[in-house]
Design a protein around this ligand. Structure first.
Ligand code: NI
Length: 149
């Protein structure tokens, strides 16, 4: 992503943050929380993360996953998986971690991993702006980046 595109994305981010309020009759603002379940109802495709918030250069993304993803790694960053609802597993070349609702795992940078879920699982990912879901692997499951919901 070019520096100009990054600047544009950050400018639109500020607008999104300031937009999250309603103005009361006395002129005060009531700021609105971001509700994970409500955001998850807005999309239903699998393996296609949607951004719901950003903190500095890190984005919080929601995804619905089902079936097997592809082996991949992220050369420059760790990746956080938080299970919002359901059960999933992350395979590594030397083992596996099983996660259920309310559990979290940090995949270290550079470590090959393959997420999978037997039935649909809803997760939150936390990772730096610009991380591609399939790492350097490419392929049909590569999702567009920086798609907000
Ligand atoms: Ni990954």
């Amino acid at each position: 992503m070019s520096p100009a595109n990054v600047a544009a994305a950050k400018a639109s981010l500020s607008i999104r943050l300031l937009d999250r309020h309603t103005t009361m009759s006395d002129g005060s603002r009531r700021y609105l929380p971001i509700n994970l379940r409500e955001k998850l109802e807005r999309f239903h495709d699998h393996w296609s993360p949607r951004v719901i918030a950003q903190m500095n250069d890190y984005q919080f993304k929601l995804a619905r996953i089902q079936g097997e993803f592809v082996w991949h790694s992220h050369a420059d960053t760790d990746e956080v998986f938080i299970v919002v609802d359901g059960e999933m597993a992350i395979e590594f070349r030397d083992g596996c971690v099983e996660l259920k609702t309310g559990e979290l795992f940090v995949v270290p940078k550079g470590v090959e991993h393959k997420p999978r879920a037997h039935s649909e699982c809803r997760i939150m990912l936390v990772e730096p702006y610009g991380v591609v879901n399939t790492g350097g692997q490419g392929g049909a499951l590569t999702a567009p980046n920086d798609v907000w919901v």
